[in-house]
Write a protein that binds this ligand. Structure first.
Ligand SMILES: CC(C)(COP(=O)(O)OP(=O)(O)OC[C@H]1O[C@@H](n2cnc3c(N)ncnc32)[C@H](O)[C@@H]1OP(=O)(O)O)[C@@H](O)C(=O)NCCC(=O)NCCS
Length: 145
C-alpha cells in the first residue's frame, strides 16, 4: 500500500465519507454527512481530516476544540466521528488521523482530548484505548423521551 496522506477535510469529500459510512453502517446518508461536514468545516477547517491512499479517501475523522461541557472548563479536543474503509484497516490509517487531530487540538490550546464510545462498540473502544485514551471522570446518563 502507498503511504497514506492525511489532509484537512473539504466539502468535496462528502461523497467519499458517505461511501465509507455506507460500508461501515450499511446506510447511505448524504444529507447527514453534508450537514455534519459543513458544521465541522465552519467551526474549524483544520480540526477534521481525511486520509488518502493513491488519491482515494479511505478514512475520515471529525472533531473540534470546545470548552465548558460537563463542568469541565478547560478547552477539550473532541474526537467525534470517524471511520476507515474496511479494506484499508489495520494499516495505521486510524492512527494517522487521530495523531493529526491531536496535534491540531494541542496547537489550538487543548491539553486534553476526549471522545465517547458506545459500550457495545468494542472495536472502537480497543482502537481508542490503543491510542492512549483512558476512562474519564464523567458518567454518561440518559432518559428516554
Ligand atoms: C476503529 C477504526 C477507525 C480503526 O482504524 P484502523 O485504520 O484500522 O486503525 P489503525 O490500523 O491505525 O490501528 C491503530 C491501533 O488501534 C488498534 N486497533 C484498531 N482496530 C482495532 C480493533 N478492531 N480491535 C483491537 N485493536 C484495534 C490497532 O491494533 C492499532 O494498535 P497498535 O498501533 O498499537 O498496533 C476502524 O476500524 C473503523 O473505522 N471502525 C468503525 C468505526 C465506526 O463504526 N464509525 C462510526 C461511528 S463514528
Amino acid at each position: 500500500m502507498a503511504e497514506p496522506r492525511v489532509r484537512p477535510l473539504t466539502e468535496l469529500d462528502v461523497e467519499a465519507v458517505c461511501r465509507i459510512d455506507e460500508r461501515i453502517t450499511g446506510r447511505y446518508r448524504p444529507e447527514v454527512w453534508e450537514q455534519r461536514i459543513a458544521y465541522y468545516i465552519r467551526r474549524d477547517p483544520d480540526s477534521s481530516q481525511v486520509a488518502e491512499v493513491d488519491g482515494r479517501v479511505v478514512g475520515f475523522m471529525l472533531g473540534e476544540v470546545r470548552g465548558g461541557e460537563f463542568g469541565l472548563d478547560e478547552p477539550t479536543g473532541w474526537v467525534e466521528f470517524f471511520g476507515v474503509d474496511p479494506s484499508a484497516r489495520e494499516k495505521g490509517i486510524g492512527r494517522g488521523l487521530i495523531e493529526a487531530l491531536l496535534r491540531h487540538f494541542k496547537e489550538n490550546g487543548a491539553h486534553v482530548a476526549r471522545t465517547m464510545v458506545a459500550a457495545r462498540d468494542k472495536d472502537i473502544a480497543a482502537f481508542v484505548s490503543a491510542m492512549g485514551f483512558t476512562q474519564a471522570p464523567v458518567t454518561a446518563l440518559e432518559k428516554r423521551l
